[in-house]
Design a binder for this molecule. Structure first.
Ligand SMILES: C[S@@+](CC[C@H](N)C(=O)[O-])C[C@H]1O[C@@H](n2cnc3c(N)ncnc32)[C@H](O)[C@@H]1O
Length: 294
């Protein structure tokens, strides 16, 4: 993996747009109106200005590629840019032509940990986070003093590497915490296995599993994930939870009644929380769903 920096001169008034951030391109890539990827793209487009000569540019002053590498699925890169409206750093992950993650809106990722752990019982909690991403859910889990161990599963070595090299903001709070273990693995394979989420202690059970990998239970990153979102897949996950254990899931869609029913069949009690947050791009509110099943 190599580092590559694309630093623009500080006096560049208008940075030429990364055209690949254009929402239309993301739609072509399959990212619909409610995906966080599209929201991030709109963020980049929000400050489009038209100078007197008619050229269109986007007012972004600085763009930095923090890390990149080739993967079987294309080039993956971690980028940072200044969000022109809020004037804050935004971190984004791009794989091939797709934008996978953005730090623009993270309220619901944090709420995934808070709402899930609020239902967990006991003073010493063993927790699994599925999907490291930018680390918001994992860090929020560590803020709960009852959490005594945290296994964070991610399938992309690059994502884990960025955290270990502390390229991401607050990465140190996660990777230097003695409770944290970052595990390079396919979450769905572990969930379906008998051994579960701890290779060193096969069959170990947990107090909570907090999952944020797919866009929704129906809009999946990969078709191989589909068996997880069935009664059988969820039962296998439940087998890795202790009595009173909690399964929480982030979704980009509003609560989905058939999926709630499926969770109820498997777990019993289910709450579908709609998490709203201010969207400075629209001037209104956006929302995600956090399912909490136990
Ligand atoms: C949307 S991000 C998670 C965001 C995270 N909640 C946060 O707070 O930043 C999804 C993550 O899942 C990982 N991922 C994708 N497929 C996976 C799989 N099958 N098993 C484990 N991780 C996977 C991606 O590499 C990515 O880091």
């Amino acid at each position: 993996m190599g580092d590559r920096q694309v630093l623009l001169p500080a006096d560049t008034p208008d940075l030429l747009c990364h055209n690949d951030l254009a929402p239309r391109n993301l739609i072509v890539d399959g990212h619909g109106a409610r995906t966080r990827v599209r929201v991030a793209a709109l963020g980049a487009q929000a400050r489009r200005v038209r100078p007197p000569d008619g050229r269109q540019t986007v007012a972004m002053r600085r763009f930095e590629e923090l890390a990149w590498s080739e993967t079987p699925r294309g080039e993956i890169s971690l980028r940072r840019r200044i969000e022109p409206t809020l004037k804050v750093d935004v971190y984004e992950v791009k794989l091939g032509d797709e934008f996978l993650m953005s730090s623009l809106f993270t309220v619901a990722e944090i709420e995934l940990a808070r709402l899930g752990l609020a239902q967990a019982k006991g003073e010493s909690l063993d927790v699994v986070v599925g999907g490291l991403g930018l680390g918001c859910t994992a860090r929020a889990a560590l803020e709960d003093p009852r959490v005594s161990s945290l296994v964070v599963v991610d399938a992309m070595p690059e994502v884990i590497d960025w955290h270990e090299r502390e390229l991401l903001p607050d990465a140190a709070a996660l990777v230097r915490d003695p409770r944290t273990r970052l595990l390079l693995a396919n979450f769905f394979e572990l969930a379906a296995s008998d051994a579960g989420f701890d290779v060193e202690e096969p069959g170990r059970t947990f107090d909570a599993v907090l999952l944020d990998i797919d866009h929704t239970p129906h809009h999946l990153l990969h078709p191989d994930h589909a068996p997880f979102y069935t009664a059988e897949g969820l039962r296998r996950l439940k087998g890795h939870l202790r009595t009173d254990g909690v399964f929480a899931l982030w979704s980009d869609d509003p609560p989905d009644a058939p999926f709630v029913q499926l969770l109820e069949e498997v777990f019993g009690r289910v709450d579908a929380h709609v998490v709203t947050f201010a969207n400075f791009l629209t001037g209104g509110e956006s929302s995600n769903t956090v399912y909490v099943a136990r």
